[in-house]
Design a protein around this ligand. Structure first.
Ligand SMILES: [Zn+2]
Length: 204
């Protein structure tokens, strides 16, 4: 286990990258993202920026108030910049929303919050989304394009993944901004950026 510290670790933190921290005030002051298209347009833009900045994979997520589109939190994949395999965009956005609201349950007090992602969550984020308390999930797409274009693996997702959400009171919407999402993956796949899944890491 090369590079292992002598002492056991007791805490970890995961921060958004500086370029996104710099943009947070403008995002917070911008008008609410009233339409689904606007919400997905933002995650596609941030996903594209994220991989080009070298923080991690081409993935971004936001949490918004489902009705108004008011922005609650923003997340991008920061696996590479943190050396933490679990800090996918969804985990960052959900955790930062929980931190901001001061509650582990994003559905507390009747809140109707929506997670918006530029592709269907991986198997880890599928669980993270389910336990977060959000009441809606919007994704630009699902299916094989992600793996074909980028090499990222979503893991063993249930066949009826959206039905499992719906049965738990989480509305699912798929397909808004699909072509733009695929374009981000295509650009990423054509680059020499690192695919950081555990099997690929030792090859790099
Ligand atoms: Zn994930």
């Amino acid at each position: 286990m090369g590079g292992m510290d002598v002492e056991l670790a007791s805490a970890f933190t995961a921060s958004l990258p500086p370029w996104l921290v710099d943009e947070l005030p403008a995002l917070a002051e911008a008008p609410p993202l009233a339409a689904a298209e606007e919400r997905v347009r933002l995650v596609n833009r941030l996903a594209d920026w994220n991989w080009r900045a070298g923080n991690g994979g081409p993935f971004a997520a936001i949490v918004v108030d489902a009705a108004s589109g008011a922005l609650v939190s923003v997340g991008v994949n920061v696996v590479l910049s943190t050396n933490l395999s679990s800090v996918h965009a969804e985990v960052m956005a959900l955790s930062l929303a929980q931190r901001r609201l001061g509650h582990w349950d994003l559905g507390a007090h009747g809140a109707d919050l929506e997670l918006v992602v530029n592709w269907r969550p991986c198997v880890m984020c599928y669980g993270a989304t389910m336990w977060s308390g959000v009441r809606a999930l919007t994704v630009a797409g699902e299916g094989a394009e992600l793996e074909e274009l980028t090499g990222f693996d979503e893991g063993p997702m249930p066949e009826d993944w959206s039905g499992e959400f719906e049965r738990r009171g989480i509305r699912v919407s798929v397909g808004v901004g699909h072509d733009d999402a695929v374009e981000v993956f295509r650009a990423y796949g054509a680059s020499d950026a690192v695919v950081y899944n555990a099997r690929g890491a030792s090859e790099g």
